[in-house]
Design a protein around this ligand. Structure first.
Ligand SMILES: [Zn+2]
Length: 240
């Protein structure tokens, strides 16, 4: 195993450790070739197809969203992202950029749950998780003007799935498949500055945030995927 692959595996295993720390029965981490199932956790897609997913979390910076991410997506309609905003940011961003969430859906992007306030949910009870997810659905549905809208994917803040029983139960009930990630390109570049882009693999779920640094690496990442003819699809297309 070379250093690059070792680091990549280390990142995946660190996330898996958080999952394995649970006292309760866990949602199963699905094999890459399996279809996603509500309640279970997915950390990558099939490595057989030249496709991967770009996931973007938090949506904390209006400036970066408005000035960098949205213009970039407009310029690259072939890139489909999956957005995991913090719930409390949703109405504010809708107010600042009217039509933002509907426009993302219409352009073929996915929007998923990332908690209302970015609290660590690893010890949340099923009731607390159900309530938070319900509030998130309500908030997003209101911003979209579609009261029937429900998310199909969710990512716990920090990948904290400690109380696996709660995630399994609430995910099954509310039709949500949980996500981890297989690569964090903007972090990897700090440890492997010269050839991190070589770490791109089929089936990757790449994690970015709405920050200036991440947008810089997103651009490089997209260029490299395009060069390798790897399609950048939404998470629903990657894992279902
Ligand atoms: Zn986050």
């Amino acid at each position: 195993m070379n250093r690059r692959i070792f680091l990549k595996v280390a990142i995946i295993n660190t996330a898996a450790l958080a999952v394995n720390a649970a006292v309760f029965p866990l949602p199963r981490i699905l094999h890459a070739e399996e279809s996603s199932t509500a309640g279970h956790i997915v950390n990558c897609g099939s490595c057989q197809e030249p496709r991967l997913s770009i996931t973007i979390d938090d949506f904390n910076s209006l400036w970066v969203l408005k000035r960098q991410l949205l213009p970039f997506l407009k310029k690259h309609p072939e890139v489909k992202i999956s957005a995991f905003p913090i719930g409390v940011n949703i109405p504010y961003l809708e107010e600042q950029i009217p039509g933002l969430w509907n426009d993302l859906l219409e352009a073929g992007h996915e929007i998923g749950y990332h908690s209302m306030y970015h609290a660590d949910l690893s010890r949340a009870s099923a009731e607390q998780l159900r309530s938070d997810l319900g509030k998130f659905n309500h908030t997003l549905a209101a911003a979209l003007g579609d009261r029937n809208f429900r998310v199909r994917f969710g990512r716990a803040p920090y990948g904290g799935y400690g109380n696996g029983e709660a995630f399994l139960q609430v995910g099954e009930e509310m039709g949500v498949t949980w996500l981890l990630w297989s690569t964090v390109p903007a972090v990897m570049v700090k440890t492997i500055p010269l050839d991190h882009l070589a770490a791109i693999s089929n089936g990757d779920i790449a994690l970015f945030h709405v920050t200036g640094t991440d947008m810089y690496w997103l651009e490089k990442y997209v260029q490299e995927c395009a060069k390798r003819e790897i399609e950048m699809v939404s998470i629903a297309d990657l894992v279902t």
